[in-house]
Write a protein that binds this ligand. Structure first.
Ligand code: PLP
Length: 347
């Protein structure tokens, strides 16, 4: 009997000890509801400090989908278009939430290698637009998924170039940072360098995939969008009565670099896994840059891996996804590599 080893998703991981401690501490006594509490007050200061931005605002929401769709709705008029990569989560996996919250905005998928929008396809999208023609949706937001759904990252300079081109057309910039900490840890840059200093107006700050129990957040660098979000977040039902528990988690997450330590751990586990898989001759779709790996293995091998108690997703014939988390241990990675070696030999 073997123990299952978890590579399905970082969503399958638990909550970090520090987060549970913060929740327990916030549970002492009572506090004013709906964000009028000390933890939520402190969260704004924490965000401003971590992102080095004096007027940034923050809104806690339950999910990445809520963070994305509400922030995009705050930047995009009903007749607008959100430009994103053709593989982006906002386009493929959110059931039209952005269109609903924005009152009708459409999503347009752009091409680009490595699941990154390339500057030429953004320029082409602008070229193809009939600006000012009411028969056509008007590009209003560029949404960058960072890291992408396939674990690739944009560098600060790539974000800067895309954002600069977007701004020439008055197009605002959103980052879907469901795994932003993994990107920052991998790039070794500061949160500011990858976001507002590179031209981002708003960021969906994921936390749940990286050790937080049950909250993500919107970080807003734009006053007009922030003014709207006050009401939009409430209308969407995301103003929690006991918001202090969300704020306490996010404060702990962002304090003393916990978020980057947890993400670095997950990224390092992937480096170890990928290096072992390379040695076994496994072919990758892209080289993993954070904590996600897409590999080509025969279905018979994948069947044997499953029988060997490895937990992972099969994305189609011959294609699997492996994801590490802040909880993945070196011992688990080494054990998994042995099981995969066995699966590859057909035993
Ligand atoms: C890149 C990306 N964006 C957004 C989300 C949405 O998060 P949620 O499932 O919490 O709505 C996910 C979740 O997997 C994601 O991978």
């Amino acid at each position: 009997v073997t123990t299952p080893i978890e590579f399905r998703s970082d969503n399958a991981s638990g909550a970090a000890r520090e987060i549970l401690d913060a929740l327990a501490a916030a549970n002492a006594g009572s506090a004013r509801p709906y964000g009028d509490d000390d933890w939520t007050g402190r969260l704004t200061d924490t965000i401003r400090e971590v992102f080095e931005h004096d007027t940034a605002t923050v809104f806690s929401v339950l999910s990445g989908t809520a963070a994305n769709s509400l922030s995009l709705a705050a930047l995009c008029p009903p007749w607008g278009a959100v430009l994103c990569h053709e593989s982006a989560h906002v386009l493929r996996s959110e059931c039209g939430a952005t269109s609903m919250f924005s009152g009708g905005a459409v999503m347009k998928g752009l091409a680009g290698d490595g699941h990154r929008i390339d500057i030429a396809s953004l320029a082409q999208a602008f070229e193809d637009t009939r600006w000012g023609d009411p028969h056509h949706s008007q590009p209003a937001v560029l949404s960058l998924t960072l890291p992408s759904d396939f674990g690739t990252v944009y560098t600060p300079s790539q974000v800067t170039s895309l954002a600069a081109l977007a701004k020439t057309r008055g197009v605002r910039v959103h980052i879907d940072g469901a795994r932003l900490a993994n990107a920052i840890a991998a790039l070794g840059c500061t949160p500011a360098e990858l976001t507002w200093r590179a031209g981002a107006d708003i960021v969906s700050l994921g936390a749940t995939k990286n050790g937080v129990m049950n909250t993500d957040a919107i970080v807003c660098f734009d006053q007009a969008a922030s003014d709207q979000l006050l009401y939009r977040v409430k209308r969407a039902g995301h103003v929690a009565s006991k918001m202090r528990f969300q704020s306490a988690q996010l404060n702990a997450y962002l304090t003393d670099g916990l978020w980057l330590r947890l993400a670095s751990h997950a990224n390092r586990a992937m480096v170890r896994l990928a290096s072992g898989l390379r040695d076994l001759g496994v072919e990758f779709v892209d080289q993993p840059e954070v904590n996600m790996l897409f590999a080509r293995v025969d279905d018979a091998v994948a069947d044997r891996m499953e029988r060997g108690d490895l937990l992972f997703y099969r994305l189609g014939p011959g294609l699997i996804r492996l994801v590490t988390s802040f909880q993945t241990t070196d011992a688990e990675v080494d054990d998994a590599l042995q099981r995969i070696a066995t699966a590859l030999t057909g035993n």
